[in-house]
Ligand binder design. Structure first.
Ligand SMILES: *[C@@H]1O[C@H](CO)[C@@H](O)[C@H](O)[C@H]1NC(C)=O
Ligand SMILES: *[C@@H]1O[C@H](CO)[C@@H](O)[C@H](O)[C@H]1NC(C)=O
Length: 293
């Protein structure tokens, strides 16, 4: 191969990665056991292809879940999930980050199942210093049970962004200046679980889990973690400010991402705590920074 070809190819690859405006979205496949351990009901997790793919089982006896071995302060946390297909009413599949103390921080994805053919709801929430009450709910623009999709959280000291594939569906800006606590010094672990929540999950608890359809199965792959690992006692990340997610292009959404977020808000939002004046007569301060409201 002549050298101009290689120079051209390298130049192209460099451009392609150098102009990346969204977090690297191609998930890196590593075995489950490298970064995660089961949390409970170990016999309800099944492993395939040397642990590169797993299934969580929910039956009438128990659900199950897993958690990261390490704790992290900032990073990009991705999971590929294929949700419970068919009649998933009453089931909840969660993917979240949480610190392990009383005034805890938490960043949540919760997928609320439904009857066959009825849409899942994706509920997100952010807890800071033990306080949540920041629910948002959307429908997805695809069926999350037919194929793997990627769900991720970008967390740096400027913002927390929830992504579905590469579409931002929610942003929580650091509003420290407005007196809102922002997660910055409590390392979080990554968790996922599948359980029964038919007292509230589907149509507010009206639709019960049909146990004759059990077991309910959610599938996972891509167990890579891109975060700054730190001990639970640590209050800072050793490489703070130096990782890719700290750089300028990840400190705010770009205009294309803001437009895509607006598209999600306009077309798919069911509930947003920022516009619930009955529950919150006084608007949460961070909502004032929310561009589209
Ligand atoms: C389930 O389907 C019903 C009817 O389409 C819908 O109102 C509801 O939002 C859907 N999702 C959940 C989780 O209840
Ligand atoms: C539960 O599933 C069984 C078996 O598929 C079906 O016959 C029954 O009608 C279902 N019940 C409800 C409430 O959907």
């Amino acid at each position: 191969m002549s050298s101009p070809f290689w120079i051209l190819l390298l130049g192209f690859l460099f451009m392609a990665s150098g102009t990346l405006a969204t977090p690297p979205r191609r998930p890196i496949a590593v075995p489950f056991g490298r970064n995660y351990v089961p949390t409970w009901a170990f016999d309800h997790i099944k492993y395939y292809n040397g642990g590169s793919e797993i299934e969580l089982y929910l039956d009438k006896y128990t659900g199950t879940g897993f958690q990261s071995k390490g704790s992290y302060l900032f990073g990009h946390f991705n999971m590929q999930i294929k949700l419970v297909p068919g009649d998933s009413a009453g089931t909840v599949t969660a993917f979240y980050l949480s610190s392990q103390n009383s005034e805890h921080d938490e960043i949540d994805f919760e997928f609320l199942g439904n009857r066959t053919g009825q849409p899942y709801i994706l509920q997100t929430n952010v807890f800071t210093g033990g306080k949540g009450d920041r629910e948002q709910r959307i429908y997805l623009w695809f069926d999350p049970a037919t194929a793997y999709r990627s769900y991720s959280v970008l967390w740096n000291s400027y913002q927390i962004v929830f992504f579905v594939d590469d579409v931002p569906i929610r942003v929580f800006k650091n509003c420290k200046d407005l007196g809102v606590r922002f997660p910055f010094n409590q390392p979080m672990k990554i968790y996922s679980s599948l359980w029964n929540a038919d007292d509230w999950a589907t149509r507010g608890g009206l639709e019960k889990t049909n146990w004759s359809k059990a077991p309910f199965i959610a599938s996972y792959k891509g167990f890579h973690i891109d975060g700054c690992e730190s001990s639970v006692e640590a209050k800072f990340c050793a490489t703070q400010g130096k990782r890719w997610w700290d750089q300028k292009e990840f400190q705010d959404l770009d205009s294309y991402q803001w437009r895509r977020l607006a598209w999600v808000r306009n077309k798919f939002t069911i509930y947003n705590y920022c516009s619930d004046r009955v529950r919150f007569p006084t608007i949460h301060p961070e909502c004032k920074r929310d561009r589209d409201i």
